[in-house]
Write a protein that binds this ligand. Structure first.
Ligand code: NAG
Ligand code: NAG
Ligand code: NAG
Length: 161
């Protein structure tokens, strides 16, 4: 049985954005999209998914890529850095339908409490969101039940969100 550690168990995202009907990424289509922008309606999107960050076992989805010579002695693993390509699923089970990936880097940045600096892309791979990306940069206070992290960039259906 694989040991699993799930850093962000459930992500719940709410955002307002202009309504984007087609997500053609060609230069002409993008130009046309911008000309229509003043008439675009605001739209709120809510969705949730499960985020599996597996550090151990045969198929880890996140791997440590760096540490300092003091990391092992630190209670918070200060200066631990990992790179991840984690599945995002509809349900909590690991074999639940995959809707995207969380790809990025995180590291332990707090000497006193469990906190990560995370820089990652949510890359959606199914349905209407296929090909759309949300980029997140922020502090993940890992033992807090709720964590709020800024979305700093977007593409596809989330363009200009
Ligand atoms: C860690 O590495 C630094 C820089 O090489 C060195 O000055 C320090 O003594 C080392 N600390 C330990 C605990 O090994
Ligand atoms: C997922 O795995 C569980 C056991 O871990 C199994 O009961 C279930 O049928 C599996 N679901 C799918 C969709 O494969
Ligand atoms: C998502 O988009 C890619 C590239 O356009 C395509 O190859 C793939 O089949 C799509 N997947 C789904 C589930 O729609």
């Amino acid at each position: 049985m694989e040991k699993r550690s799930i850093v962000l168990f459930l992500c719940f995202i709410v955002m307002a954005m202009p309504m984007v009907q087609d997500v053609d990424l060609g230069p002409k289509a993008v130009e046309k999209w911008f000309t229509k922008l003043p008439h675009a309606e605001q739209k709120v999107t809510k969705f949730h998914f499960y985020f599996h960050d597996i550090l151990r076992g045969k198929n880890p989805t996140a791997v440590q890529i760096a540490q300092s010579n003091t990391t092992a002695k630190s209670l918070t693993l200060f200066r631990f850095v990992a790179m991840m390509d984690d599945p995002l699923t509809v349900g909590p089970e690991p074999n639940s339908t995959i809707v995207g990936r969380a790809q990025g880097i995180y590291g332990s940045v707090d000497k006193k409490e469990g906190a990560l600096l995370m820089n990652l892309n949510f890359v959606f791979t199914s349905g209407k969101l296929n090909g759309s990306i949300l980029s997140v940069l922020g502090r993940n206070h890992v033992f807090n039940e709720y964590r709020e992290m800024p979305i700093v960039s977007n593409s596809g259906v989330f363009r200009l969100a």
